[in-house]
Design a protein around this ligand. Sequence first.
Ligand code: PMP
Ligand code: GLU
Length: 382
Amino acid sequence: MDLDFASRVQRVEPSATLAISNLAAELEADGVDVVDLSVGEPDFDTPQNVKDAAEDALEAGKTGYTPSNGIPELKEAIAAKLADDGLDHDTDEIIVTPGGKQALFEIVMALVDDGDEVCLLDPAWVSYEAMVKIAGGSLSRVDLSPHEFQLEPALDELAEAVSDDTELLVVNSPSNPTGAVYTDAALDGVRDIAVEHDITVISDEIYKEVTYGVEQTSLGALDGMGDRTITLNGFSKAYAMTGWRLGYFSGPEQLVSQASKLHSHSVSCAVNFVQHAGVEALENTDEAVVEMCDAFEERRDMLADLFADHGVDVPVGDGAFYMMLPVDDDDQTWCEGAIEDAHVATVPGSAFGTPGYARLSYAASKERLREGVERLAEHGYL
Ligand code: PMP
Ligand code: GLU
């Protein structure tokens, strides 16, 4: 029987990041030793206190549905964290989701109608484009690659790319895939443009806690941004909890109440005992986060030095755990070759809207990173 698929799914491809990591996993299952620098996932285990909190919650029978938008304890802990970041949100302006990705999906589905324009800063994480397309929106894009991936020098281009017709702008700092942390002056510029054209902004702050020697300002804390910013965060990256699937977003009450319809009709709620572990992560895990960030910073520096030894200058950022390695214009072929010949998995920049680069995640041990660079050099990829 021929199934007649909805156009919304036919408009998009599967996630490139997950597709490559699946390919790497398949090769490994066939006995190939792959240096997998593709998927953005901390190589650390979830901190023990968080695991203990989940076990305690399970023992205490926290296994049923929860209130759809999240347990009060977690929403309160999130509201307190947001207040520390300068964001003023009551618990009824927060939805706890199974992963940050679901949060983004609900926001986009609640705001973007057929034909609505959404602006992305390229390179931009793969799922923004896909979600906008699923919602039927159109994209305008600003290329940050000529500016070493910084936003401040591209503000004029951003001002040109948007108009009164722009519905939504997505800002992700620290950035996946570049690691760039946008300056406060850049965020002020975003504020001015958003206010001028009455644009709603998604501030994807999932890497906010993963920075090296700098602090990421929350966009929603700027004057004039409180009622037009939706702030998204999650537990995957800062607390090494990718598989737990826990995230959240906060924003104006009206948006939260519309999005909560999508939430309650799709996922019902995030997992009960996982939400209890989330409280522990937010309240008692600062030390583990610092340790992980220190390790990422060392790896970033080591990797950039190794590439420099091979004559490749890689622009590095002060956050997240990614860098964009300049490669051939045909980055797709380069990445396919790198995985097939050198058994090093990376993601083509074109998946993020910026061809000519390969994204590397340096959330891997120093030995594996060294091995990856050696293999790329040996096989003529550097
Ligand atoms: N935003 C960005 C920029 C990301 O890189 C990710 C990574 N998956 C997410 C959101 C969502 O993460 P998760 O669903 O694991 O919380
Ligand atoms: N965000 C991570 C990445 O970009 C995880 C994979 C995904 O969700 O796309 O690699």
